[in-house]
Write a protein that binds this ligand. Sequence first.
Ligand SMILES: NC(=O)c1ccc[n+]([C@@H]2O[C@H](COP(=O)([O-])OP(=O)(O)OC[C@H]3O[C@@H](n4cnc5c(N)ncnc54)[C@H](O)[C@@H]3O)[C@@H](O)[C@H]2O)c1
Length: 335
Amino acid sequence: MQKVAIVGCGYWGMNYVRVFGELPNASIGWICDKDSGRLDIAGRRAPNAARTRDLHDVVADPEVSAVVVATSSATHFEISLEVLRSGKNLLVEKPLTLVSEEARELVEIAERSRLTLMVGHTFLFNAGVQKVKSLLSNDEFGEIYYMHATRTHLGLIRKDVNAIWDLAPHDISIFNYLVGKEPVWVSAVGSRLLQNNREDVGFATIAYPGGILGNIHVSWIDSNKVREVVVVGSKKRIVFNDIDALEKVRIFEKGVTISGEVDSFGEFQLQLRDGDIISPKIEASEPLKVQCQHFLDCVESGATPISDGKNGLAVVRTMVAIEKSLRQHGAPVEL
Ligand SMILES: NC(=O)c1ccc[n+]([C@@H]2O[C@H](COP(=O)([O-])OP(=O)(O)OC[C@H]3O[C@@H](n4cnc5c(N)ncnc54)[C@H](O)[C@@H]3O)[C@@H](O)[C@H]2O)c1
């Protein structure tokens, strides 16, 4: 049984309080939030956990083996540093940090101290994304041509980061996972339509080795809620729609084939290919629960998490490049 502490009991942190309360091989030893009102709410869910507004109480408890950090993104580095320096395993929400050097420092400390460092890239534990990954590794899909992700809705409007930092890390983590490589350059533009200090709409293009392109559209001000990733390949097209409970993944077998023969204009002849639309059965599971169980397993076995610190760092590096491109009105920025 692992004694876990949860730091940050806001909107998302409350899900951790619930999930760790349900996992059989964990007990919540501490809940920590600087806001005593949030502590009261979390305390009702975890009545046996000790409560504190001070992180020092958590890291000073020798029985706590793992700490979950679900505070606002701008605080991740400072809190994570203290947790790792105290010798405790760490699961920190995305994005790992807002600065690449800080993310690298956390990765190095965790490696040196042989501690598990995992980032809460929840979508990598989504059964739909896992399905897409397994479909891509099958030769029947062919090669990936490009990917497109849409993540739009009204809010949640955040005060510490813009919509791109808030939402795009999900899609970058999915793209990196599906391609199995890190981006080489990015280009991004955004708008501040609500007249805030932060972009509420963004469009980012992410290029991978081998010419694979990814495109991400995020918005806090679109009344249409979309959570979709499309992968277009040489043989098939796959759509992951997280909102569709019945058909989370659909495979379109229609496509266009290069015949290998050249026409009278010197161009390759193209043939349209007809085919079925298939929606494979996907077992229902809660991604956050799968993620938390994976974290506990990695802490126990010493295995490297699917979303380890290096994955988290790759996402942060991409986000920093996106931010730089945004400030230069979409100029390409190499990673
Ligand atoms: N993986 C996902 O799908 C997902 C979804 C939503 C949010 N998130 C991430 O979770 C994190 C939290 O988001 P949220 O929506 O819960 O925000 P929130 O503002 O609702 O909650 C943050 C909580 O952290 C507390 N806090 C801030 N600084 C603290 C400190 N130094 N010590 C102790 N407590 C502190 C605040 O009082 C607040 O209760 C963010 O990094 C966000 O990106 C991830």
